[in-house]
Design a binder for this molecule. Structure first.
Ligand SMILES: [Zn+2]
Length: 59
């Protein structure tokens, strides 16, 4: 089982998909990507919103 976060799921015109085994790792990956590619610093509000968009994949 893995967690996925798709930038497109939050309305961003970006095909990036972040994947991780745990929510903490996923948020870290998303935060790094958001900063690097979108010049966005994730605050708690954005993190809370992003968490609602996380997909669970695999078995
Ligand atoms: Zn992105």
């Amino acid at each position: 089982m893995a967690l996925e976060f798709h930038c497109a799921d939050v309305g961003v015109a970006c095909k990036n998909v972040a994947t991780a085994a745990t929510a903490d790792e996923l948020i870290a990956a998303v935060a790094e990507h958001a900063k690097a590619k979108h010049s966005v610093d994730l605050n708690q509000t954005l993190i809370d919103y992003a968490v609602t968009k996380v997909r669970t994949t695999g078995g």
